[in-house]
Design a protein around this ligand. Structure first.
Ligand SMILES: Cc1ncc(COP(=O)(O)O)c(C=O)c1O
Length: 433
């Protein structure tokens, strides 16, 4: 059997998993998708990224608004219809008798879900905990590590506020020293970034916190290089992967980090309010639980899932989102979203008064790009995009960053990107700057 034939059959089998539900729409849609899959199976992910017929099928799998253009998928992403339907099904089932259907039936799905997430993460299921968001995953690790007065942690002013606040609380309460670097993004030089962390290390440094993709402007950080550098010096690394997991094609162990936390309701398109924690097997025992457990020093990752009554429909819906993601394929998804970002950003880059805050080189960005217009505040640009064009984005004013953040997703169309380019061009033409 040829490689292409083998990969088509594999992808077709994955597609079947993505449409386990039996509505007429799903059956027709799955058939349409299967045919498209056969047509594109010889193409590279970069070629598929530009195949509008293929992506039109993916777009139909979502129920995103056709009136308002949603370009803040970096904040939170919608789920495809199959995922929404699964959550509704599980919710109806739960309400037929919560303690029976949730605790005896749906609860059986957590171990298979762990395995499914582990496959996507490239790790052992014993290193994966399912939780409600990146904040919960990362705060659990940050508060759970034994750090004593004077121990130093290195992060940056461009890390996510919830993680910065957790370190600041430990600093105020326990006397750890939280050093925050500051980067002027975009930076197209890994060594410069790695050196900034390395230069801040002292004999008291115990931990480095790295945001894999900086949420404000989409800079991809050289996580692997930072981890390698830190480990040589006996320092552990926590990675905030809220914007990388389900978007970039990587396996967590390849980052060589010690701890990783992510949202699943961003690029994976899992139900809103879902997240995942990964801890290297041999480190689990030393991380205390944030919530209670009868053995908080156990080496079983499940100790972090003792969160009381939770939403089983949301949790179990994650599995459907993983099926859907796998049906597209990680690399294809990454390339498509990067293509959409480059499509609009490279066009507005040439427009007078428009500035990009993100590198367009593939190794430094994927979905997110920051843009600003001379003479306008980010809020004014955001208001203009929504007021006249009904394009929903988000304005970023934090530390040294001032821009509007634009984040497409797999359901974004090229026509949407053309409208965005036209809108930015017209707004810039009217700006005072
Ligand atoms: C880099 C980063 N980390 C963590 C979070 C928090 O994610 P969640 O809302 O899933 O807790 C976000 C949210 O946007 C983020 O951008």
């Amino acid at each position: 059997m040829t490689n292409n034939r083998r990969s088509f059959l594999k992808q077709a089998a994955v597609l079947t998993g993505a449409f386990s539900a039996t509505s007429l729409f799903n059956q027709a849609h799955a058939e349409e998708w299967r045919k498209a899959e056969a047509r594109i199976s010889n193409l590279t992910p970069q070629q598929i990224a530009q195949d509008e017929d293929y992506w039109a099928i993916i777009q139909r799998a979502y129920s995103a608004s056709t009136n308002i253009m949603i370009l803040n998928n970096g904040g939170v992403s919608p789920s495809p219809i199959v995922v929404q339907e699964a959550v509704e099904r599980y919710n109806q089932l739960s309400n037929q008798g919560p303690s029976y259907y949730m605790w005896r039936i749906l609860d059986q799905g957590r171990e298979p879900l762990r395995e499914k997430l582990a496959l996507l993460a490239g790790s052992s299921p014993e290193e994966i905990a399912v939780n409600r968001n990146a904040t919960e995953a990362l705060n659990t690790i940050i508060y759970g590590l034994d750090l004593k007065k004077g121990d130093e942690v290195i992060g940056t002013r461009q890390d996510y506020p919830h993680m910065r606040q957790a370190y600041l609380q430990r600093q105020a309460r326990e006397g750890i020293v939280y050093k925050q670097l500051s980067f002027d993004f975009p930076i197209e030089n890994d060594e410069q970034i790695v050196k900034a962390y390395a230069d801040a290390i002292t004999p008291k440094t115990k931990l480095i916190h790295v945001t894999h993709v900086i949420n404000w402007v989409g800079q991809i950080m050289p996580v692997r290089k930072i981890c390698d550098m830190a480990h040589v010096r006996g320092i552990e690394v926590i990675v905030d992967g809220a914007h990388s997991f389900g978007l970039l094609d990587f396996k967590i162990p390849d980052l060589n980090c010690d701890y990783f936390g992510t949202s699943l309701h961003k690029f994976l398109s899992a139900p809103i309010g879902s997240g995942m924690m990964w801890i290297k097997k041999e480190k689990i025992a030393k991380v205390w639980t944030l919530l209670c457990d009868d053995n908080p020093q156990s080496a079983d990752i499940r100790k972090f899932e003792n969160i009381g009554t939770r939403s089983f429909p949301i949790e179990q819906g994650i599995g459907e989102a993983v099926n859907f993601h796998n049906a597209i394929g990680s690399k294809r998804k990454e390339e498509r979203i990067r293509y959409l970002k480059n499509y609009w950003a490279s066009r507005v880059q040439k427009v007078p008064k428009v500035r990009l805050h993100t590198s367009l080189k593939p190794e430094y960005s994927c979905a997110i790009c920051g843009v600003s217009i001379d003479g306008m505040t980010p809020q004014e640009v955001d208001n203009a995009l929504f007021g006249k064009y009904k394009i929903h984005t988000t304005s970023i004013v934090i530390e040294n960053i001032k821009c509007v953040r634009i984040t497409p997703h797999v359901y974004t169309t090229i026509a949407d990107m053309d409208k965005l380019v036209k809108a930015i061009t017209e707004i810039a033409a009217g700006a005072k700057g």
